[in-house]
Write a protein that binds this ligand. Sequence first.
Ligand SMILES: Nc1ncnc2c1ncn2[C@@H]1O[C@H](COP(=O)(O)OP(=O)(O)OP(=O)(O)O)[C@@H](O)[C@H]1O
Length: 894
Amino acid sequence: MSAQLTEEQQRKIEENRRKALERRAQRLGQTTSTQQRHSPSSTSNSSIPVQNVTAIHHVTGTEAPRKKVFVPPFKKDPQSVSNQTQHPSHQKPFTSGNQTIAHPWPRACLLPFNVKILYYNPVFPSPYQTQLVDPLPFSNQHLNNPSGLSTGVKPVQATPNPTSDATACTSSSSFYNRSIQPAQAAVAQLPSNTFTPKAASAKKPCVSVRGKCVSHTEGRFRVEVRYHAQLINVFKSIPSKNYDPSTKMWNFTEAAGIPSVYLKPLEGKEALDLTAAVSRARDSVTLSAVLKLCKGWQKPGAVLQGQCVLVSRTKFEVDVGYHVDVITAFKQMPTKNYDMKTRKWSFSLEDYKMLMDLLGGIAAVEVEPLPRAVILAFSARFDGREASSSDVPEADLSAIDSTITLSLMPFQREGVNFAVSKQGRLLLADDMGLGKTVQAICIAAYYRKEWPLLVVAPSSVRFTWAEAFRRWLPSLNPDSINVVVKAKDELRSGLVSIISYDLLSRMEKQQQGGNPFNVLIMDESHFLKNMKTARCKAALPLLKAAKRVILLSGTPAMSRPSELYTQILAVRPTLFPRMHEFGVRYCDARQGTWGWDYSGSSNLGELRLLLEECLMLRRLKSDVLSQLPAKQRKVVTVTIDGINTRTKAALSAAAQELARGHRSKMEEKEALLVFYNHTAEAKLQSIMEYITDMLECGREKFLVFAHHKLVLDHITTDLRKKNIGLIRIDGSTPSAERQQLCEKFQFSTNTCVAVLSITAANMGITLHSADLVIFAELFWNPGILIQAEDRVHRIGQTSNVNIHYLVAKGTADDYLWPMIQSKMNVLEQVGLSESNLSDNAVNSNFHSKDSKQRSIMEMFQSSFSADDDMDEAVLMAAANDWEDFPPEDTSGQH
Ligand SMILES: Nc1ncnc2c1ncn2[C@@H]1O[C@H](COP(=O)(O)OP(=O)(O)OP(=O)(O)O)[C@@H](O)[C@H]1O
C-alpha cells in the first residue's frame, strides 16, 4: 500500500484529516487548542480518533513519523497514556460485590458533553484498546432509549475471535487478529483492582446513578441499579425485558451482540475518568453505557448517514449522500471508482481501512462500517494481501472407494474439494437433482476415520440414503448402516445412522446421553429454518457437538434471509453468534410493538458473497448443464412400514399366491395384478409423504404419475386439503379439457402439481414448465414410462429433467423395477431411451437375491414381455375394478 501512495496523496490525506479536525474543534468551541495540538510540531494531543492515525500508519506501512504519533486528547502527554493502563491508582476494584453505587452526579450528565464515544473498531484496533469494555455480552442492541438519555455510546460489532474462526481468519499477522477480545482486553490489561468505588465516585461528578450488569440466568443478564424512574422507562422499552420480583431487578437477554464498548472522551479529566470507569471490569459498566446501546444511535452532530456494502469479493461501495468532505476523501483513495449510472463510489477492500479512517474524521457524516463477519471472511483482501488463491485445492480422495470417486462429475468433485477446504463444514446448496447425495457421501467418506456418521433426512428418503451408501461405498459393511424407524430404536447402533427429523425430535434424551456424532449430514437442511420448531431444537445440540457438518438443500431459504440464520449458525457458529446482528444487516430488522421483526431482507448481494466465501456452495443446473445428462433418473426407496395389518396381510397373501406357481398363464397374470393392486394401496402413505416433502423442499412444479384410480384420488384429495394448486388428467378427462388443463399448469404459478394417469396422460400433452416427474407407481411397460417422462423432456425444456421412481421394498415393485430397468436398457440400445438406468438410477440392491422372488420376477417378465399380446386395456380394467371391491375381498380372490 505504501508504495502506492505518493507524497502528494499523503499530503492530501493529512490535510484533509486536519481540516476535519479543525471543523470538529470549531464545533466544540475549542478551535484554538485543537489547532495547537495538531500543529505539525506538536507531539502530544489530538482529537482525531485513535484509529485514524494508527490506521494510516498501517496502511502506509511506514514507521510513523513522530508528528503523527497520536495521543488521545484526554491524555496530557504520551506518558499519561501509559498511566491510563498502568497507574497504580487504577488498580483498585471499581465495586465491591454487586452493590449498586449511588453516584453524586446529576442525571442529565450521564455522559458528559465532552465525551466522545466511538464504536470499538474491531478492524482497526488502536493501541488504546485497554479501554475496551465487555459490559457482559449485554450487548443488547434492543436496548433502546426512548427517554432521550442517550448520547455517546455506540453499539459495536463483536471483536473477531481469531481462534474460534479458524477458516476465515487464518493469518495471525492479519490486522484483524490484532484486535483484542473485549473482555480479555479489559480483564487482561486492567488489573482487577483497578478502581475503588470511592475513587470512582470521586472522579465522576456527572453520573447520578451507577449500576452494573451481571449474569442472571443462562443467556440473560440483569442490571443491578437503584430505583430510577426514567431508567425504568428505558427498561420497559426493551423487548427482552423481564422483571424478577425475587431479586427486584430487571433482566434482559444477551441478545444480538455488542460485546464491547469503547469510550473515548475528547478531553478533560472527567472524560478520562469516565472512560476508566467504564473499563473497570468485564461485568461492570456505568449504566450510562448500557443505556446507550441502542440501535438508533447516531454520531453526535452527524447529519448524514451512510453505509458500506460489499459489492464483490474485492470491492465495497459506500452508500452515502453528498458531502463535500466525503467526496474529497473518496477522491484520495487509490482504487476509487465512480459509477455514473448508480452514482455510487466503490473501492477495493484494501482501501477500506484508510477510507473509514478519513470518514471517521468527518464529524457531520456517519458511515456504518462493513459487518464484522464480512471483515473476518475477507480478511486477506482487507489486509492488502491477496487471498492465497481463489482456486480451491484438490483434496486427496485416494482413501475413498473408487466407485464413488470415479463417478463424480467435475462439478461434484469441486464440491468435495470445497467441503474439504472448509474443514468439512458447509452448506451445499446445489440446485435440485445435481447429486448432493453423492457429494455428501464422498465428503463424509473423506472424514471416515472420525465417524460415527449421522444422516438426518425427511422421512420419505431415509431408505434412499441407506441405498445410496450401499451403492456408493461398497467397502462399508451394509450391516453397519442403521435406519432408525422407531423412537425406541437405538440411535447409535450403526457406524452410519439415518433418521428422520421428526423422529429425531422424539429421541432427544437418547441423543443427549451418547457420544457425539462427529460427522453429520443434514439433508434438506431448510427443515431447520425455524429455531423454535422441535426438529430444530433437537438438531442443534447434535450440530454443536459435530466436527463436520454437511448441510444439503437446494432451497436453503424459501422466502426470506432469516431462514438462513440457523443453517449459518450450524455451520459457522462464530460468524453471527446472535440473530439480531444478522437480522439488522440482512433482514431489514424493524422494531415493532411486540419485538423485532426479521421478516424483511436487506443487503442481499453482500449476504450472498459472504456465504459463498465462508460456507455455501451453490451451482444451478444451468451452470453445469453441459456436465449433466438431459434426463436423470433416480430410484427413491420408500417404506411401507406404516401400513395397517389388513393391507400388510393382503400384500403378503398376494405375494404367496404368486409364488405358489402351478397355474395357467391367465391365472398368473391375475395373481400378478392382485399383487400390483395391493402394492398401490400399501404405498399410499409413503407416496403422499414424498410429495409433501417435495413441496416442502421448494419444488414449485412437478408431475406425479400413478396408475390406480385409488392412488390418483388419494393424491388429489390430499393435495386439495393442503390447498395445493393442481390439475388432474385421467381416463375420464374429456379431450377438450386436456389442453386447457395443460395450459393452466404451464402458465399458472399457483398450479404446482399435475396428477396424471400413467396410461391416460402419457402422450399428446406438453408440461415442460416442470422439470421433475415423480412416478408414484411403476408400470410394466417401459415404453409408456418413457413417453410419460417426455411430457417434460421435450423441445422447450431448458433444464435437465429429473425423474424419480418411488419404489417400495416388499411389494410388487421389487419385481417390476428390475424388469423395467432391463427393458429400458434394451430400448436404449436401440436408441429409444435416452439415459441408461443402470448408470444413473438403478441400484443393484433392487435385484432380489431371494431365489423364490427371482422366479416371480421371471414370471413377471414373461407375463408382461414385449411379445405378449396381452390386452392392456383388460389389465387396466382389472386394476381399476379392484378398487370397487370392499376391503375384505381384496385378498386376491377377485
Ligand atoms: N456422479 C453421478 N453418477 C451417477 N449418478 C449420479 C451422479 N450424481 C448424481 N447421480 C444421480 O442423480 C440423481 C439425483 O441425485 P441426488 O438425489 O443426489 O440429487 P440431489 O441434488 O440430492 O437432488 P434433490 O435436491 O432433489 O434431493 C440420483 O439418481 C443420483 O444417483
